[in-house]
Design a protein around this ligand. Structure first.
Ligand code: SAM
Length: 343
């Protein structure tokens, strides 16, 4: 996320999203005249603005949030044909580029997670600090967090909260949810935050006890980790040789996927057991950041959300994209459709 130089223009009444690590993200994207760049997480348009300002280039903006896309309409108009904006998931970025008329692009940037505009809108149900419907969907389709909380089995709830929230007290959280929903469905963020707080003891100075459970449900409802894996694979297919991939993540589950994917793609892969050793596949990416770039103290002081941000970047090598199933990068969890069947 980056503090847009003029982010206030698109805030739609809510506090504007302050982009994080914007300067290094745009520098590493290596924006050039006539280049085509995909901003897969348009949000409040902070990154897109910076890309458009960096050179006479074209941006394909994507966001799965209909509101973010609607608020970006002014920027599309100001960009005079240099920006297209599509409401979609970034896992579809290669197809979206093709539809926009581009078989290959010069850069892909992803600034993962939720925007402040989403977090600060009580009605979206992302925040345990604001009371609202227990929704958490970035787009308005599909199951909500309330659907999961009110139908998943205790075991599935515990697994989701443990794996995606890294919550040590996941079993106690799941037990408390199942007990509470036996009396009445859990419909609001406040109700869920209170239930979790009753199950997870916290000391002064700790993060809010509901933080991890809310993170887990948000990631699960939006299938965020599978989206990242699919987007990395799509970026590999759509980037030109020497094209740049830049990803900013906000927690260890996201960063681990990006790091592992780039490590794998940075190594030559042995041929299959049926192919001779000489058919080793060449690396498809060269890492530009040996260690992730993090925000400096100034940025963290200005924007506390920058504290956990990690930026990784890589350059596409000319080798053909690999065609493997990278689902082993994902934690093992039951599918949403199965979880919604309950017991
Ligand atoms: C952290 S914000 C991006 C902020 C943006 N860089 C800026 O400067 O304003 C993340 C945005 O990505 C969107 N998003 C998250 N996952 C997505 C996905 N799988 N596909 C498309 N958009 C996604 C969210 O809806 C949100 O608007």
């Amino acid at each position: 996320m980056m503090a847009g130089s003029d982010g206030a223009a698109v805030a739609g009444g809510l506090a504007p999203h302050v982009p994080v690590l914007g300067r290094p993200a745009i520098d590493l994207l290596n924006v050039r005249d006539n280049g085509i760049y995909i901003d897969g997480t348009f949000g409040a348009g902070g990154y897109t603005r910076a890309i458009l300002a960096a050179a006479n280039c074209t941006v394909i903006g994507i966001d799965r949030d209909q509101r973010a896309v609607a608020l970006g309409a002014d920027l599309v108009e100001q960009a005079n044909g240099r920006l297209t904006l599509t409401e979609d998931r970034f896992s579809n970025l290669a197809a979206i580029a093709r539809e926009a008329g581009y078989e290959a692009v010069d850069g892909v940037v992803l600034d993962l997670g939720v925007s402040s505009m989403q977090l600060d809108a009580a009605g979206r149900g992302f925040s345990f600090r604001l009371d609202g419907p227990l929704d958490m969907r970035m787009s308005s389709v599909g199951a909500s967090a309330a659907d999961v909380v009110n139908t998943a089995s205790e075991r599935d709830l515990a697994n989701i909260v443990f794996i995606l929230g890294e919550e040590r007290h996941s079993r106690a959280v799941a037990r408390a949810i199942v007990k509470a929903r036996g009396a009445e469905p859990v419909r609001t963020t406040r109700a869920l935050a209170d239930i979790v707080a009753s199950a997870v003891r916290s000391r002064p100075g700790d993060i809010h006890p509901a933080t991890r459970t809310f993170q887990a449900l948000r990631i699960y409802v939006n299938d965020e980790l599978a989206e990242i894996v699919a987007a990395l694979q799509a970026a590999e297919r759509v980037l030109k040789p020497h094209g740049r991939l830049v990803v900013v993540s906000f927690h260890s589950l996201e960063d681990r996927i990006v790091k592992s994917f780039l490590a794998r793609r940075g190594e030559a892969r042995a041929g299959s057991r049926h192919a001779p050793e000489i058919e080793r596949e060449a690396p498809t990416f060269r890492a530009l950041t040996k260690r992730p770039i993090v925000a400096d103290e100034d940025e963290i002081a200005r924007n506390p959300r920058a504290r956990s941000a990690k930026l990784r970047a890589a350059e596409r090598e000319p080798a053909p994209a690999r065609n493997d199933d990278a689902s082993d990068l994902l934690p093992r969890l039951p599918a949403l459709a199965d979880v919604l069947k309950g017991h």
